[in-house]
Every structure is written in structure tokens, then in C-alpha cells.
Design a protein around this ligand. Structure first.
Ligand SMILES: [Fe+2]
Length: 387
């Protein structure tokens, strides 16, 4: 730990099956009678959407639906949502969905009270004042966006990704209802779960990790690695879904406190240049980056091996630490994650450009437990190319 530790975050978390039934009461407790609900188009056609709208209207609140979020969202989606929010005089924003939806919803909340457009705030601490209070309702166990101070956007004209990072983006309330994840298809469960595992491992091994984030991140590693296969293969088993949503929430808390590292930096160009969903890009790259990283912090990687239930008796600590990459690779393979860049049709000629792009994602690169150079990044991509 090499700097001051400041703990901030989501103010209130409600966890458990049926937690979503509290949503109307939570809006009221924030003093809101007019609420904006942010979703993607697919979710807007499901029972989850009608149930939430019903819960809001039963509480005698006025709801406005903004069902326009798309994967790897463009910042313009937040601008349009903020316009609607201002027009309808919303007093609270609810984000229901995966990471893209929650990121857009958090940005809408901020833009409703700050001038300008979402792109103006990409960077660190550029937001001037608090936005509308926000309630996040994740429907995947993945991004942990319900706990973080970041909204990530994809700028397609410049083929880059970037985030608004501001304490004003912390949601007021997170409602974690594992029942809302029961219908998630196996593949989405798999790659969103691997994103959560990436947050857990990267925040645990980040050079900014500290006494408070470390046990939280490590617990997340344990919960996710124990339950992700079950959630993928027995999606309607609530016990697996409960553990996964707990794990992704804890991983999000770890991320909010200590950041992520090189896997996220290397994943960004895959999203920006080739529209690969964030979770898939992370899942694919995680074992290859860990293989490079483990000598950077043998002790922490030994703890990860134990959290992932690896047999380490009789092994040297270096040998035990090296098991983590293998355990992650096996998990990813079991749940059907593509494990090579080739499998995603990424052209080999793009590797140099991708490596340069990854090095520009400076904060995660700096957080990495083993120093990264553009040559190392290129080498990792080349290793991941064939798999
Ligand atoms: Fe992530």
C-alpha cells in the first residue's frame, strides 16, 4: 500500500430474493415522485420491465421509460437520456440491466444536473456537482457497476473507450435480487461472471490494494470460482445465482477501492476496434495476463490459488502461484469462453495497434502487479492469438 486510503461508495445495498419489491419505497425515501427507468431494448420487452413499472405505479410514482441502451454504449445515449430526464423532470434514475445500462443510467443522473455532454466528462473528477440520486438493479452478476464510480463509453468515431470517473457517479442504492438473474442465458452468465472474476482478481493484485479491499476481493474470487460453473449449467438454481450476485457485488467493491489492472487495459482495444463485449474480452485475456503477472506478487497469487481451491500441498510458493492462470483457463474452457483471439476473428495484423491502444489505458496499466511495456503487451496478445 503506497498511498492514502479513502473509502467511498454506494450508500445503501438491499440484497436477497424479492429485493426488487422494495423499489417503489426506495424511490420514495429519496423524495422522488417522478422516476426515469433506464433499460436496454431486449430487457424492456421482458417481464422484468413490466414488473418494475408495476411496482413503481403501485407506489403511486410516475415512471418514464428510456429503453434505448445498446451494448458497449455510445456517450450520446446518456445525452439523450438526460434530455428525457430533464423534459420529464425526473427526480431519480433507475438503471435496470447489465453494465452498459447501469453505466448509462449513472451518467444520465449526473448529466441531468450538470451542463454539457457525456464526452465532456470523460476522464477523472471532471464532474462539477452531484446529479440525481440513482438506484441500480443489476440483472447480470458481472460488472459490479452498481457499486462503482465509473461509466464506460465507446467512442466509435475515434475507436476508443473511456470512462467518466467521479465520486458523483456512485449510486445511492443497489438492489441485488438474484431472482432477476435466473433467466440469463448460459453464455451471458459465463462471460459476465468472468468479468466479475477479473474484477476480483485484478483488484486483489492491484498495487493500490489495501487492508480493506483485499479481503473483499479475495472473498469475491472464492464465491465466483466456486459457483460460476453451477450458475452456467444450472441457471435456474437460485443458490448459485445468489452466490454469483454476492461475488460480483464484492468484486465491484474491490474494484471501486483498488482499481483493475492490465486485463482491462488489454481488453479495451478489443471492444473499441472490434466491438467485442467487455466481458468476453476480459475472460479471454485473463489467463494469459495472469501467466505473466504471477511472478510480480507470488504471495498474493498463492492466496488466489487457495481461494480457487487449488491443491498446493508440497508445492513451492512459486509453483502454487503459477496454478492460478491454469485454474482460470480451465474455468473459462469449461463454461465455453472462446480462448483465442483467432476464435473471435481478430486479425493478427492488428496486434501492434491493439498493444499501443492498451498502453494508453494508463491507470490499469499502472495498477498491474508486474510492470507492463508495449512489447510485453504485444507478446501477451500474440500468445492469446492462437490460444
Ligand atoms: Fe470489467
Amino acid at each position: 500500500m503506497n498511498s492514502l486510503v479513502t473509502i467511498e461508495g454506494v450508500k445503501k445495498t438491499i440484497f436477497g430474493s424479492g429485493a426488487v419489491n422494495q423499489i417503489g419505497m426506495e424511490c420514495k425515501s429519496l423524495g422522488a415522485s417522478r422516476v426515469l427507468i433506464v433499460m436496454d431494448r431486449t430487457l424492456a420487452q421482458t417481464d422484468i420491465c413490466s414488473r418494475i413499472q408495476e411496482l413503481i405505479s403501485k407506489s403511486r410514482l410516475k415512471a418514464f421509460l428510456y429503453p434505448e441502451v445498446t451494448p458497449e454504449p455510445d456517450p450520446m445515449l446518456a445525452d439523450l437520456g438526460a434530455e428525457l430526464s430533464k423534459k420529464e423532470k425526473a427526480q431519480c434514475v433507475i438503471g435496470v440491466g447489465g453494465g452498459s445500462t447501469m453505466d448509462v443510467a449513472k451518467a444520465i443522473g449526473v448529466l441531468a444536473k450538470n451542463d454539457g455532454k457525456a464526452v465532456d466528462y470523460i476522464g477523472l473528477n471532471k464532474v462539477k456537482k452531484a446529479g440525481l440520486p440513482a438506484i441500480m438493479v443489476p440483472t447480470t452478476a458481472g460488472t459490479g457497476s452498481e457499486t462503482t464510480f465509473t461509466s464506460v463509453f465507446t467512442m466509435r468515431e475515434t475507436k476508443t473507450k473511456g470512462g467518466i470517473n467521479s465520486p458523483f457517479l456512485y449510486p445511492h442504492t443497489a438492489i441485488l435480487d438474484p431472482e432477476l438473474t435466473l433467466e440469463l442465458p448460459p453464455y451471458v452468465t459465463a462471460y459476465t461472471g468472468m468479468d466479475a472474476l477479473t474484477h476480483a482478481i485484478e483488484s486483489f493484485t492491484s498495487v493500490r490494494a489495501h487492508f480493506m479491499s483485499e479481503p473483499i476481493s479475495l472473498k469475491a474470487v472464492e464465491l465466483i470460482s466456486e459457483n460460476l460453473r453451477g450458475a452456467v449449467f444450472q441457471g435456474n438454481n437460485i443458490a448459485f445465482r445468489e452466490k454469483m450476485i454476492m461475488g460480483s457485488y464484492l468484486a465491484g467493491l474491490g474494484l471501486a477501492m483498488s482499481g483493475v489492472s492490465a486485463v482491462h487495459a488489454l481488453a479495451y482495444p478489443l471492444g473499441a476496434l472490434f466491438d467485442i463485449p467487455h466481458g468476453i474480452a476480459n475472460a479471454l485475456l485473463l489467463p494469459y495476463v495472469l501467466e505473466y503477472n504471477y511472478p510480480g506478487d507470488i504471495n498474493k497469487f498463492c492466496q488466489l490459488a487457495i481461494a480457487m481451491d487449488q491443491e498446493i500441498e508440497g508445492l513451492s510458493s512459486r509453483e502454487a502461484a503459477s496454478l492460478v492462470a491454469e485454474a482460470v483457463y480451465d474455468l473459462a474452457m469449461d463454461i465455453g469462453i472462446p480462448l483465442s483471439l483467432k476464435a473471435l476473428n481478430i486479425p493478427e495484423e492488428s496486434i501492434t495497434e491493439m498493444a499501443q491502444g492498451a498502453m494508453k489505458v494508463e491507470v490499469p496499466i499502472k495498477n498491474n502487479p508486474r510492470p507492463m511495456t508495449v512489447d510485453v503487451v504485444e507478446e501477451i496478445y500474440r500468445h492469446a492469438f492462437e490460444g
